[in-house]
Ligand binder design. Structure first.
Ligand SMILES: [Zn+2]
Length: 719
């Protein structure tokens, strides 16, 4: 995923002012590292000097500074011009931006109790600050005046677009409401902001608390020595020396389910995962009910029938009908595919029971990965344990991900050790462009930690813009289990793909070449943002790239061609499962957010609502649960907008990604001229033009669904 959209939402959230009669700004101590622009290369934040106690004063002072800046725009006696209003707004809030960027980045990747508390305190203040700008009638009057005369202002295309975007942003934020309605909106926004922050923190704590304790090593049969050592280590840090702890990722499925031979332990692990957040200390159902209700109420106030209608209007999909149409087209084919896969596994279970003289059993969700692995081994004659030695993290990154970028775009990556980092495992690369100039910085933060949220994402410490002369500083954050000291980090195939995926977001940020920060890099609609990342996954399997990185971590021997061919052939394997678990989550998200006010479920009805949503959409196939159940669905409930009503975006963007993959394959593949064309037409554009226009300009026609169906093995249709 990409969180720069989230950051943008929060920072757009940060673009605002409470009231124009601003109280004088509390001066920020000059010792505070956010007091001035960083003097480090690439305006890199001085992470060695930033302490927990710096964030809140800097954000408070940053808000005050921005209120002052906005007051000056409003009070300007001169008639509104593009420069004195729109560009001035775009320039405002830089101190706030500096502080909030680092604060939100670290609150996801390296949090601590002080940051969490500050988050809880700041969320409603930032939300109110944003409302202050967007609901300021005098400011909107200036924007509207310019908007109404936009055709006669002789603006260049990007500037004209900026003016139109500001107008849209104001209207969508409620600028056309009455004063009483604006008051109501402010209250709703503050509540949504606090509740979503609470949700995020409760889920993170719940994930840690739900980790599964196993008493004996024997019960972990099937895991590698390194994984068992990691589990012993995790037990030790939790004060359970001598035992083993299986920590949970934020997804319903958990990697050890593919390996654990003990069915009872698998069941415990699965149930701990899927059962998170439904009761007890870390129960999130009340927050879900509140968030869904508040969002529906806000949509109504803004003149939309549902939250989904409000969100989708500003996406490339435009309407809930378009999204439902796409999901409904895919769901039956995906579930039919998953049922075929389940039948293969059931057959295997029955055969093994017969051979062992033990009673057979019906395939359950906690059995899926374990038997899928065996079916995969049978059909493709390899398992994860065979391929992992060829996927050592550093090789995958340097000789795979970065190598592909070098071949495609002529980039060079040089590791830098001189810049302060926030955690010792973080690596920093300076990126040199094809002409030898400095392009930006790329940070890589690979390992799972208890103070990092689940999943994998990209975000920006500095966004490219010519307005500020900024070069991009982007990060990729993953959750790869860290092996004990001295042992290599060997990846699963999924983790390899994720590494390529996240780098696709990074390159979108790095190649950004726009005037205004608002349009920078990954600040595009959610259903477009996953396009460059999913496209970039194709290079993981490109034979020349694969041959370059897939080398044995001890011997350096290339992965045997026969094994490599099997890895490639297995691409469509288990796609019924992968597509169904994803669609189930995407449908769940739409169901919550397509509800009209007054129709949203109470906390006690969340479980039934989830079950009914899946059933009525015909994706309620028990062995394939949703990728995220409601209670830990961070994408949609952990920030004011986030991916709410937008989780479908991955598959929507995947259409574009698969079309692009198809284009590369029919135009000579991994070649500089192909990479350069994609860069100039798509990857450098940010949101400086309409997303579909950008795509058509590259692809030569509208998106087509065929390559996606082909790639996911969905061409067989429903049974
Ligand atoms: Zn992504």
């Amino acid at each position: 995923m990409s969180t720069s959209k989230l950051a943008a939402a929060l920072l757009t959230a940060a673009l605002g002012t409470m009231t124009m009669n601003a109280i004088a700004a509390p001066a920020l101590s000059p010792d505070n590292p956010f007091a001035r622009e960083s003097t480090l290369p690439f305006k890199w934040p001085p992470l060695d000097k930033i302490k927990n106690e710096h964030y809140v004063p800097a954000m408070e002072a940053g808000m005050a500074e921005q209120r002052q800046e906005v007051a000056e725009i409003v009070n300007n006696k001169a008639a509104p011009t593009f420069e004195n209003t729109i560009v001035a707004l775009e320039r405002s809030g830089q101190m706030l931006n500096r502080a909030a960027t680092v604060f939100f980045a670290l609150s996801s990747s390296n949090t601590n109790p002080d940051i969490e508390k500050a988050q809880t305190d700041m969320a409603p203040k930032l939300s109110a600050h944003s409302d202050g700008i967007y609901l300021d009638a005098a400011l909107f009057a200036r924007v509207k005046k310019l908007y109404d005369q936009r055709q006669s202002l002789k603006l260049d295309p990007e500037s004209l677009r900026l003016l139109e975007r500001y107008h849209t942003n104001f209207v969508r934020a409620g600028a056309n409401l009455s004063d009483a309605q604006k008051q109501e909106l402010r209250a709703l926004n503050e509540k949504i902001s606090s509740k979503t922050t609470e949700f995020r923190q409760l889920v993170l704590k719940g994930d840690n608390a739900a980790a599964v304790v196993v008493d004996t090593k024997a019960e972990l049969d099937g895991l590698s020595d390194a994984q068992i050592a990691t589990a012993a280590e995790a037990a030790k840090t939790r004060g359970k020396e001598g035992k083993y702890v299986l920590t949970l990722l934020n997804t319903t499925g958990q990697p050890p389910l593919a390996q654990l031979k003990n069915r009872a332990v698998r069941e415990r692990l699965y149930k701990a995962s899927a059962g998170r957040g439904w009761s007890g200390e870390f129960d999130t159902t009340k927050l879900i009910a509140d968030i869904v209700k508040l969002r529906a109420d806000r949509a109504k106030l803004l003149g939309y029938p549902t939250h989904a209608a409000y969100v989708l209007e500003d996406e490339t999909a435009l309407t809930a009908e378009a999204v439902n149409g796409m999901l409904n087209q895919l769901a039956p084919a995906a579930v039919a595919n998953a049922k075929r896969e389940a039948a293969d596994m059931q057959q295997l279970i029955d055969e093994q029971a017969k051979a062992n003289g033990t009673p057979s059993f019906q395939l359950q969700a906690w059995d899926w990965d374990f038997y899928a692995e065996q079916v995969r081994a049978r059909k493709y004659a390899y398992d994860d344990a065979q391929v992992r030695p060829y996927f050592e993290l550093n090789r995958v990154l340097v000789d795979g991900v970065l190598f592909a970028a070098q071949e495609l775009y002529g980039l060079k990556f040089t590791e830098r050790k001189d810049l302060p980092i926030y955690q010792e495992d973080v690596r920093v690369f300076e990126v040199t462009d094809r002409d030898g100039s400095q392009l930006g910085l790329f940070l890589f933060d690979p390992y799972a930690r208890s103070n990092k949220r689940g999943g994998a994402w990209m975000n920006s410490f500095v966004e490219q813009s010519r307005l500020f002369g900024n070069k991009p500083v982007v990060t990729n954050t993953l959750n790869i289990p860290k092996p004990p000291a001295g042992q290599p980090t060997l990846l699963t195939w999924d983790e390899v793909t994720t590494t390529f995926h996240e780098f696709g977001h990074a390159i979108h940020g790095l190649f950004s070449s726009v005037q205004y920060p608002q349009f920078s890099g990954t600040n595009v609609p959610r259903d477009f943002v996953e396009y460059p990342s999913q496209y970039n996954e194709m290079w993981a399997t490109e034979p020349r790239v694969l041959a370059n990185y897939a080398k044995h971590h001890q011997t350096g021997a290339s992965m045997p061609k026969a094994l490599m061919d099997k890895v490639l052939a297995a691409q469509k394997f288990n796609q019924g499962y992968a597509t169904t678990e994803y669609l189930a989550a995407a449908i769940l998200d739409q169901r919550y957010h397509q509800l009209a006010p007054g129709k949203t479920p109470a906390a006690s009805d969340i479980a039934a609502f989830e079950a009914n949503a899946l059933k009525s959409a015909q994706v309620d196939f028990a062995p394939v649960p949703p990728r995220y159940r409601s209670t830990y669905f961070l994408h949609i409930f952990s920030s004011p907008i986030g991916y709410s009503a937008g989780y479908y975006a991955y598959i929507w963007s995947e259409v574009l990604a698969r079309d692009t993959e198809h284009w590369f394959k029919t135009h000579g593949g991994l070649k500089r001229e192909n990479g350069d064309l994609l860069r100039s037409k798509v990857l450098s554009k940010g949101f400086s033009a309409d997303a579909l226009t950008i795509f058509r300009d590259f692809y030569g026609k509208s998106p087509e669904i065929g390559p996606l169906l082909e790639a996911r093995g969905l061409t067989g249709g429903a049974e």
